[in-house]
Design a protein around this ligand. Structure first.
Ligand SMILES: [Zn+2]
Length: 137
């Protein structure tokens, strides 16, 4: 679990509100909580941000945000496909810009492979982001 709920506030009056409130106790606004605490959401969010856009063309803040999402997704529920997408971002942004990182993209790539990554995983991911993933270009 994370502490994201603590930061909830009313969109109308900005009062701090509890997770179980259906209505803001201050201004009476009805609240619909969209809770983003699953690894699927974080992974899908990262995928959405990368759709049709190479990491190479993102700015650093965008890349950091995507990496944070993948980090959280992995912490919640580790998976080879998360590692593979992470490897791709690490490669396409950092490696291609000659920005050295530790661990580098190979760490995530190798962990994806040893984690049981399949060709179908890769195809599915490529279809989602609309980009052919390569580690050589
Ligand atoms: Zn309110």
């Amino acid at each position: 679990m994370n502490n994201r709920f603590e930061a909830l506030s009313c969109p109308t009056c900005n009062a701090a509100i509890g997770i179980n409130e259906k209505k803001c106790p201050y201004c009476g606004r009805e609240l619909l909580l969209v809770v983003d605490n699953s690894e699927i959401d974080q992974f899908e969010e990262a995928v959405k941000l990368l759709k049709g856009k190479k990491p190479f063309l993102c700015n650093r803040a965008q890349v950091d945000h995507i990496i944070n999402l993948l980090e959280e997704a992995y912490e919640t529920n580790p998976g080879a496909i998360i590692d593979y997408l992470r490897a791709y971002v690490e490669y396409d942004y950092f490696k291609r810009k000659f920005l050295n990182r530790t661990p580098d993209y190979m760490f995530y790539y190798n962990r994806a492979i040893s984690g049981g990554l399949t060709q179908n995983n890769i195809k599915e991911l490529e279809n989602k982001i609309g980009v052919t993933i390569s580690f050589g270009g």
